[in-house]
Write a new protein. Sequence first.
Length: 136
Amino acid sequence: MRGVERFIALGELGQARGGTDASQGLLRYGAAALGKRPADAIVGDWGKGLAVYLSVDLSVPMPGYAKPGACRPVHGLALHELKTLIVALGAAHRIVAIDLVESGASELKTAMACHLALIAMSAAHIPGKSDADPAA
């Protein structure tokens, strides 16, 4: 995609398609890998000041929502952890595009997608600086 220096896919969709290919600017992280390190450390691996396309699989935050009757996910991030990661990404890079993917949309997932998109847009509005509040 023109103007994009790095494509970052977060979630099971990214993990299912394979690992990262940094030479092509493509980084993929499954939910389990994201939960192992602090957001700043993960974002630091991606370089600094790049134009980033962010793809988020909505099974990352609370994948238990994807299955009726399920509780807290075994592998996944809490919503506030994903928001912290997006804010850290916006502080270190320019988020120039975002997509949110999920199979089987519901009202809850739609609301979560809108919330995450607003966090990403807020984090992206000033390159190198973010005033988005991940606790909101």
